[in-house]
Design a protein around this ligand. Sequence first.
Ligand SMILES: *Cc1c(COP(=O)(O)O)cnc(C)c1O
Length: 419
Amino acid sequence: MHDFYYNGKELYCEGVAVKDIAAEVGTPFYLYSHKTLTDHYTKLAKAFKSVKPLICFSMKANSNLAVLKSLVKAGAGLDIVSGGELFRALKVGVDPKKIVYAGVGKTRQEIQDAIKAGILLFNVESTGELVAINEIAGKLKKKVNVSLRINPDIDASTHSYVTTGKKESKFGIDLNTAEAVFLDRARYHHIDLCGIHVHIGSQITVSEPFVKAFRKVLIFMMQLEKHGTKIKFLNFGGGLGIIYSDEKPQTADEFAEKILPLLKGSKFQVVFEPGRFICGNAGIFVTRVLYPKKTQAKNFIVVDGAMNDLIRPSLYDAHHDVLAVTKNEVLKRIKADVVGPVCESGDFLAKDRNIPDFQAGDLIALMGAGAYGFTMSSNYNSRPRVPEVMVSGSKFEIVRKRESVADLIKGETIPSFLK
Ligand SMILES: *Cc1c(COP(=O)(O)O)cnc(C)c1O
């Protein structure tokens, strides 16, 4: 469910026609619906209300300050993976006790900054990291909460680039090693090793892999408790899938229906870290047709947006629905690729699609681009990054302005020996 819909021939975001925004901000741009964002968060919070979960939005999916502020105001915490994300999180005024910090390669500086900020919990993925956190916390005379990220060796049946819970992946610690770490926890004087974390992958549309992984974790936890280890936090990660084309992903309620029975009678704080589920369908990418191009082999629609703006199709073969911002029934449908101006054959936004025979100047919307869209964008080909716009009701505001060419060379200098 989302708040992008046709009103007659015009694509709308909530109460605003997308073409009106394009006229004002130019193309390409990202467009977010405030209502869709907060609705998705609320749906999950409601579905799990009985266990009072802490829902930490995984901000690598979309770290725009307006997006974060919308969710934090609705009650969300934040899941961070870097010092830069900690900086953004603190900027929007989230309660540090609602910040959890994941990732296999936190630097000492990042660890120190996070401890000083007073975050709730580190999700740790190696003993080396435990040693580092223990030492830094000791210097700061603090005791910090740590969850161990478990690798449950579960196939999440999703794209291989976004499956993270198999034993071959770099993520987490296998159960045997994890047990040994827990039993040895007394050696880390400045760490309260009191949580278990699991995140098996992304864009998972069915509940079975989650249920399998969570069951393994719960059994593991009971084992630990027998040894006298007290578990306070059970962090089930993110990974809930969304609709990109014809997927039929579980809803928040269906997911809760499968998961809540597993949690009956439990006393720990449940944490979730959804990213895509909250913001994926809350955003679109709007681009304008430059040149329709027909070759003997193929039809191309060359647009002003490219892989540096939205890399998911190139990187994961991801599908984004291609819609006309203004429907034109006169146009026949053709099979075509939507491609950008970047000098790479991998620069496409859509491949072999049955779409209208778009003409120069037409506006195209790539749907479901709210997650891993802008955050994965780059300046490749010296293309300034595009603006982000948020709609709420009948109003819209630019929440990140378009970069200028001057921004492109910010921080660069010609060395003195070339002057
Ligand atoms: C990326 C990530 C998430 C969010 O994944 P989604 O598929 O966007 O829900 C949650 N937890 C961790 C540890 C992650 O790396």
